[in-house]
Design a binder for this molecule. Sequence first.
Ligand SMILES: O=C1O[C@H](COP(=O)(O)O)[C@@H](O)[C@H](O)[C@H]1O
Length: 260
Amino acid sequence: MTTPQLVVHRDKDLMALAAAARLITRIVDAQSARGAASVVLTGGRNGNALLAALAASPAREAVDWSRLDLWWGDERFLPEGDPERNATQARDELLDAVPLDPARVHYMPASDGADGDDAEAAAERYAAELAKAAGPEDHVGVPAFDVLLLGVGPDTHVASLFPELPGVRETTRTVVGVRGAPKPPPVRVSLTLPAIRAAREVWLLAAGEDKAEAVALALSSPGEIQAPASGAYGQHRTLWLLDRAAAAKLPPEMYPPASA
Ligand SMILES: O=C1O[C@H](COP(=O)(O)O)[C@@H](O)[C@H](O)[C@H]1O
């Protein structure tokens, strides 16, 4: 487990710009070191804002998009192309504008795909795809992602792991079907905490005052069943990227000095 490191930006727009710049650097570094990079995308407002900032950045030219593997941390289990799918939103914000290798873009299945509306079967299919990409040194059955992005919901959910639901209790499988999600749509597919924790770096994104309670709760170590975000950490680094509004309820001793 890595200790969470907090960075607080002035507002959500600056947070998205800074996170995009940070992500470009991380991808370029990984491509230089290992030939390719892998990133797990998140849905939600902050994840989409990051992708939009990345699309608008001239520095995006520094990335070799053909050597980037993209995965998803969760998906709203809806038909292909549905505007509420995280994949559709990611395509609109960035993916359609950059020269990715389609074979390296690992979308989570849609509800009108090969498994129909069986979210559990779709989860198994995605787990198999992840296992195929994992190397012999990757014990959990997923690749050691360079960066795994997570939005943080106002209820502390990350990916589609909601407080107290079975998904957050999963200790063996890497991907699960989720039913009864309190945020629509109720049926989803999600990486589990063991899969999330296999990432080299986990970055949690939270901006806005509606996230302040969740940030304070998750960082006070209440337990991951009650606050799933508290169980999300990376092998090398766990980074919480916040704006001032989302950091407002942190106890003063946790507030990073440089960003006060
Ligand atoms: O539904 C979802 O919500 C969370 C958080 O989204 P936000 O808009 O409150 O930031 C997101 O992380 C997740 O990927 C998505 O499916």
